[in-house]
Every structure is written in structure tokens, then in C-alpha cells.
Design a protein around this ligand. Sequence first.
Ligand code: FES
Length: 110
Amino acid sequence: MSDHKLCNLSDIEDGNSAAFTAEFDGKTNMVLAVRNGERVTVYLNSCPHTGAPLDLNEGKFLSRERKYIICSTHGALFKIEDGYCISGPCRSSSLEAVPVTIKNGDVLIL
Ligand code: FES
């Protein structure tokens, strides 16, 4: 896979999250993205607990204080920086990271 544009950086509010679909690995994938300034972390939108999407409200992936990614189904909490689950039924597992880079204001899937 190489350089598929996911979105513009400005499509994700700073300090917040958004949902996208993206073509890579030969299929359409649901992903979630969290932005912190010029940094964006992207994961497959699939909870390690059941495989369900994490957002019951589309695009809302962050806990109330915006410190963790939260699964709305059973409340698992994941670290934003590496997707590691610190609490909930899938504790100690991780979200699957999607490597991205930012170029000229575009978020590109590597
Ligand atoms: S489906 Fe995500 S915590 Fe159960």
C-alpha cells in the first residue's frame, strides 16, 4: 500500500476524533483518526473485544476528558498514542494501527 489520501488535516478538529472509510489492503476499511495539533493517529474502527465499530455516535471516539479512545459498546479505554487497552473487557489488547504521514496538509496512509 502506498500514499492513499485519507483526508485533509483540517477535516479533523484539533484535539478531537473523526471516522473515515479508506481503501487499502484491497478492501474498504473503516478507520478512526485522532488529531493533536500536527499529529494524527489512525486505527481500524474495530474493537478488539467483538470487532464492532467503536463509535455508536459516528465520529465520537474520545472519552469525556478526551484522554482516551473509548469503545461505546462496553466502555473499553485505549491509549490514544498506541491504541493499547488499559481498561475494559479487552484489557491488554490493542487497536490495530494504520500508519499515516502528513504532507502538505493531507493525511496520507502509508
Ligand atoms: S465491543 Fe468494544 S468493549 Fe465490547
